[in-house]
Structure formats: structure tokens, C-alpha cells
Ligand binder design. Structure first.
Ligand SMILES: [Zn+2]
Length: 303
């Protein structure tokens, strides 16, 4: 297979999608397997070895509950021509829709990995491996958390430094950032951070509520001005914003040593610092998407 054929096959990978739910199963399996190839591991991975990693990745980076179908991509990636399995014929000869159970994959030690031609090309050309990894991360995760995604799967964080390919394909509104910062009067909607050097804001970003990767639009009601820390914490799902009261609600999964956790959790139940005009208020449909697709439930109790 040529370099372009392999890139094309990964670009065409079918990702299960219903409405605007985030589907990150196949992308995370591919990233995990790319890291394995990069580390020089064996050609195929025993399901029993991969399972705890895939579950942890889906729990951490996928929507709530996605860890329960962690075995699906291990089977379905075959139909994209990007995966091959080793195991008993009683399992391997099943039709594509007959996904084996978790118990079957475990008991038979079914092994999976990239097809030999793909694997050999990736070993020959580490640049190809890096390009595929970067395209997948760009297509499924916002910039603020891409280094976290790469670290979680075991790939080097510098892969995200090159220009973003997906964002080049779909041109973004260059004025989005400026409009959002102005709407929030150049301060973080959570903590009010507004540090500047001369006129230049430092560490202040325009966050998308509904991710660009989920076709969230570049409009001010889909944006919030957030400092770098609160942007990352928002994109990782540690807190969300209630559409009726604009109260910030934190996840029970957020924890840390006394000082850092206390500082963050001081905002639990507080109202977002609202934009300067009603026209700019975060729109409920975008907040609902964030709550369902990004926030890590259960929430901490209020009051
Ligand atoms: Zn902040």
C-alpha cells in the first residue's frame, strides 16, 4: 500500500454517528494501536491487554457510558480494512454485524492489530504514523485538550504542533475569538481572569461550547471567554453550565489536593460571569450538547 492509500483509508474510516453524539470508539482504538506500533510492540494485541486501556480512555475522553461498548471497535474496525483479528474460526467467520461479547473476546484471547501492509508502512515511515494520529486527534478533539488525548493514549504531545489539517479544510471564522472576548469584556467567564501585557490579553481564549469537531458553529452564543485553565477543564468535562440559571456545576470525578481542588470547586453552583448583552448569552441547545456529550456525570450536589 502506498502512503496516500493508507492515509485515504484512515480518512474514510466510518465512525458510528447518531445525531450529534460524539463517537470516539474507533478513533481512540486507532490512536492506542498507533502508539503501540510507535513503541515497537508486538504486531497484534491480546484483547485482555487492550481492554483496561480502552475502557479508561473511553471513560476519560468519551461521552458518559461509552466505556460499556469498548469492545465494538476491536471488531468493527475490520470492515474499514484497517484491522485484522486472530482467534478461533468460530468467532472470526461471523458476519460483520455479529459483534462478539466481551466474555468471548476475553476467553478466546482474541488478538487484533493493523493489517501487515499498514503496520509495515507505519514502521518504515514514522512521519506517516504521526500524520494519521494528528488528523484523528484534530477531527475529534478541540485544541485545548489534544495534548492530553495524546498523552492518554501514549503518543508524544509534539504531534499536535503542526498545522491543523481538518481546520484548514473547513475554514473558521477568524473573528470568532475577538467577538467572544469582547462579549465577555476580555475576562474569563468563570474566574474573571483578565491579565494583559499592554493591550494583549494573556491566557484568555474563546471556547466553543459545542465543539467545532461536532459541527458547533462559530457564533458568539456558542462561545465563552475562558482562561486557559478553565477552558481545558470545561473541554474535559469537569464542569458544565445549566441552561436555565447559567450556574456552573462540577463533576464528582474532579479531585485534587486541598488547595487546587478548593479553588476550582469554589465556583460550584456559582453563576457564569455573563456576557455584556443578552444577544451573546450561551444558547441552551449548545449547553445541552455539552452536558450530554462532554460533562462527566454524576454532578456534585447543589446546596
Ligand atoms: Zn478562569
Amino acid at each position: 500500500m502506498t502512503r496516500d492509500e493508507i492515509l485515504g483509508a484512515f480518512d474514510r474510516m466510518r465512525v458510528w454517528q447518531r445525531g450529534d453524539q460524539r463517537a470516539v470508539h474507533k478513533p481512540l482504538l486507532v490512536l492506542y494501536a498507533l502508539a503501540k506500533v510507535g513503541a515497537g510492540d508486538t504486531a497484534t494485541i491480546d484483547w485482555n491487554e487492550a481492554e483496561p486501556h480502552l475502557k479508561a480512555l473511553l471513560d476519560e475522553l468519551g461521552p458518559d457510558g461509552s466505556g460499556s461498548s469498548r469492545h465494538h471497535p476491536f471488531w468493527h474496525l475490520q470492515t474499514d480494512g484497517l484491522w485484522q483479528l486472530e482467534g478461533p474460526p468460530s468467532i472470526l467467520t461471523r458476519p460483520p454485524s455479529a459483534t462478539p461479547t466481551l466474555g468471548e473476546l476475553r476467553a478466546h484471547h482474541v488478538r487484533g492489530g493493523f493489517p501487515t501492509a499498514v503496520r509495515e508502512a507505519l514502521i518504515r515511515d514514522p512521519q506517516l504514523l504521526a500524520t494519521i494520529a494528528r488528523r484523528i486527534v484534530d477531527a475529534h478533539f478541540p485544541e485545548s485538550i489534544r495534548p492530553d488525548v495524546l498523552a492518554a493514549v501514549g503518543l508524544p504531545a509534539h504531534l499536535t504542533e503542526a498545522a491543523s489539517t481538518v481546520e484548514q479544510l473547513r475554514r473558521r471564522d477568524p473573528a470568532f475569538r475577538e467577538k467572544v472576548l469582547l462579549a465577555y469584556q476580555y475576562r474569563c467567564g468563570v474566574c474573571g481572569h483578565n491579565l494583559r501585557l499592554g493591550h494583549q490579553p494573556i491566557g484568555l481564549e474563546a471556547a466553543h461550547i459545542k465543539w467545532f469537531q461536532a459541527k458547533g458553529p462559530d457564533v458568539v452564543p456558542n462561545g465563552i471567554a475562558l482562561c486557559s485553565l478553565h477552558h481545558k477543564v470545561f473541554d474535559l468535562g469537569a464542569f458544565t453550565i445549566l441552561p436555565d440559571s447559567y450556574q456552573m456545576i462540577f463533576s464528582q470525578h474532579l479531585n485534587g489536593s486541598d488547595d487546587s481542588a478548593e479553588k476550582m470547586l469554589a465556583y460550584h453552583g456559582a453563576s457564569l460571569i455573563l456576557p455584556q448583552s443578552r444577544d451573546y448569552m450561551p444558547q441552551p441547545e449548545f449547553l445541552d450538547w455539552h452536558r450530554k456529550q462532554v460533562f462527566k456525570s454524576p454532578q456534585r450536589s447543589l446546596g
